[in-house]
Design a protein around this ligand. Structure first.
Ligand code: SAH
Length: 200
């Protein structure tokens, strides 16, 4: 997985590669799916949701440009895999999931990670209490960027988010350049499950 699907497709950050070496992806898939855990595709995790494919998790993580001292918000905990990868790379990870069953399972899996806080709630509203964030990663599709996420970024902070309709989205990196401006960069085309949020 690391050689072909990550390095082979352009993931370069050595810290990101190291994080993927450390986190056992088979612990984040459903019982019985362990043999498929290192394939470069999403897998079902129950409740109609999926664990994202490894390359996309790596791309989103690298796009955050993490040095080690950051606080990161992870929207859509799902299996908890993205949160575990981030936990290897930064000081603090706040991860939020709207489905109680998934939240509870991920919370148990992530018990050994002392720098991860698992929350149950609507991540489209962000999580004000721990804001502002150096980076925010959203693993669910949205037609518009939720304003709360833009506001909860530090100046210089990066938001990685798939924006578009249900069938195809543009993965964007949105960097807050000052109090009232955000720069958008296109990263690649993607397809995520929907963000179900009061934010729309
Ligand atoms: N990062 C996850 C990917 C999970 S898929 C992983 O590594 O496994 C996206 C997740 O976002 C789903 O679990 C879905 O329930 C959740 N989700 C959708 N809308 C949400 C919202 N408004 N707030 C929090 N989580 C949400």
């Amino acid at each position: 997985m690391i050689r072909f699907d990550l390095e082979g497709r352009g993931i370069r950050d050595p810290r990101v590669i190291e994080a993927f070496r450390k986190v056992p992806r088979e612990s984040f898939v459903r019982a019985g799916d362990e043999a498929a855990a290192y394939g470069d595709f999403p897998l079902p995790i129950g409740c109609g949701q999926t664990i994202s494919q490894p390359y996309i998790v790596a791309l989103m993580t690298e796009a955050c440009r993490l040095g080690g001292s950051e606080t990161v918000l992870d929207v859509g905990t799902g299996s908890g895999y993205q949160a575990a990868i981030l936990a290897e790379l930064v000081e603090k990870v706040v991860t939020i999931e709207r489905i109680p069953e998934l939240h509870e399972r991920a919370r148990k899996r992530l018990e050994g990670y002392e720098n991860v806080t698992c929350l149950l709630g609507d991540g489209g509203l962000g999580w004000e209490a721990e804001s502002p964030y150096d980076a925010i990663v959203v693993a669910a599709q949205t037609p518009k960027i939720p304003p709360a996420l833009l506001r909860q970024l530090k100046i210089g902070g990066r938001l990685i988010i798939p924006v578009g309709d249900r069938f195809s989205q543009e993965l964007l990196r949105v960097t807050r350049s000052d109090e009232n401006s955000w720069d958008r960069e296109f990263l690649c085309g993607v397809r995520f499950v929907p963000l179900i949020s009061e934010a729309g």
